[in-house]
Design a protein around this ligand. Structure first.
Ligand code: ADE
Length: 419
């Protein structure tokens, strides 16, 4: 074949998108294909410096089909969720001109051009840390930039929603609300920012990645079973959540930590109650999760005002939100007291993310963990070594960004193949 000069170009864009954790939970769809929820939800975006997806997308006339690599391994793009996002973004592609590279793509060219996608999660993909939320949000955000899509962030969030429901909330930083919408075509089901990440920057987030051998029920099938069988879920969606959403927005805007903590914990507990109310019942939390709840509840009660909120998604990991750095330091001390690392773990890999919290807690080496005092509000000296695999210390963070430095791209800018 003759390779002409005009066939040789590759246009690439790299995006970075955060993950998010819901404080008013999304559980239950009213439309499985469009991914439309039965209630509004609110989340906090986590700092992408600690947890994020990086995705490079490339287009070239030399590509003969759409391809994707996730964490270095080629994966199939055949699933409906990928296809829905690709189709919706392609539909909205517009003219592109990159003069320095001699690239000119007309709107009508896009339907015949193929893309390469390489995505990398800077955290374990299967650890139950909402990787598909960050992943699908990053895919939509990066493709939209590649194809010069003019839609605003809210409209992009409605496209990301069709890849993974909670992905729509990863299009913004800070606190984000996913409005369920009413329309059957899903056009009014998208995310909006409640406040940006600078509004409430005292908050510190500690994630306990809890060890589990057991394979959990996937969120998709878990939600479907809850919608089909749980009357409590129906009551929650219709009567409880609408009021909680208003209260939570107020609490966030006023930086009212006691209300924020009360609502966050109550909503996590109610979500897990709807799982128990499902036939057959679904168990996402385990003994370690329950122990963490007891420790936090007991500590909060011993203080004059709550210090920490907890929330658990469809898995045993705890997401703990501390009111400020002092509370976070005391929380870490408590967590390390009860959940020291198992045999031959090192401190450096046991607490990751913002490690400066270790200094604040006076912990330099493993023997400092061993000599932590018994928290005063507790009377049991029982410890659970190895029950938590590791901790991630992070905070509320910003929304998606473009990484313009080509050295950060995951695809080779000449060939469009993984580096
Ligand atoms: N699922 C989990 N991580 C993902 C990613 N980065 N991109 C697409 N799908 C994903």
């Amino acid at each position: 074949a003759v390779v002409t000069a005009e066939k040789s170009w590759v246009r690439i864009v790299t995006g970075q998108t955060p993950t998010n954790i819901a404080v008013i939970k999304y559980w239950g769809k009213r439309d499985e294909n469009l991914i439309l929820p039965i209630n509004d939800s609110i989340s906090v975006t986590l700092d992408p410096n600690h947890l994020c997806t990086t995705t490079t997308v490339a287009v070239s006339p030399a590509f003969d089909k759409d391809r994707m690599w996730l964490n270095g391994k080629e994966i199939s793009l055949a699933g409906d969720r990928f296809q829905n996002c690709l189709r919706e973004i392609r539909k909205r592609a517009t003219d592109v001109e990159e003069e320095e590279k001699g690239i000119k793509i007309a709107k009508k060219d896009w339907e015949n051009l193929h893309v390469h996608i390489a995505s990398y999660n800077n955290f374990p993909t299967a650890a139950g840390l909402a990787s598909s939320a960050a992943g699908l949000a990053c895919l939509v955000f990066s493709l939209a930039r590649l194809m010069n899509v003019k839609e605003d962030q809210g409209q992009l969030s409605a496209i990301a929603r069709q890849g993974s429901g909670s992905a729509c909330r990863s299009l913004y930083g800070g606190f984000v609300k996913w409005i369920m919408g009413k329309s059957e075509d899903g056009s009014d089901s998208f995310a909006v920012q409640v406040t940006d990440e600078k509004h409430w920057d005292d908050l510190v987030i500690l994630i306990a990645v809890v060890s589990s051998q057991q394979k959990e029920t996937s969120s998709t099938s878990g939600m479907r079973e809850s919608v089909e069988t749980s009357l409590l879920l129906k009551h929650r969606a219709q009567e409880i959540v609408p009021k909680r959403i208003l209260q939570m927005e107020e609490a966030i805007k006023n930086k009212d930590f006691p209300s924020f903590a009360r609502l966050t914990c109550a909503d996590s507990n109610q979500f897990h109650a709807t799982c128990l109310d499902t036939t057959p019942p679904i168990f996402y939390m385990n003994d370690t999760s329950h122990k963490i709840i007891s420790i936090v509840e007991k500590w909060n009660r011993a203080e004059t005002t709550p210090q920490v909120a907890y929330t658990f998604d469809a898995g045993p990991n705890a997401v703990l939100i501390a009111r400020d750095r002092k509370a976070a330091t005391q929380l870490l001390q408590r967590m390390l007291y009860y959940f020291p690392p198992g045999a031959d773990a090192d401190l450096n890999s046991f607490v990751v993310g913002d490690k400066s919290i270790l200094q604040d807690a006076g912990i330099k080496e493993m023997k400092d963990v061993e000599s932590l005092p018994l928290p005063p509000e507790y009377n049991s000296t029982q410890k659970y070594a190895g029950a938590v695999s590791y901790f991630i210390c992070t905070r509320p963070g910003q929304g998606p960004i473009v990484l313009s430095d080509e050295t950060q791209a995951l695809l080779n800018p000449e060939t469009g193949l993984p580096k």
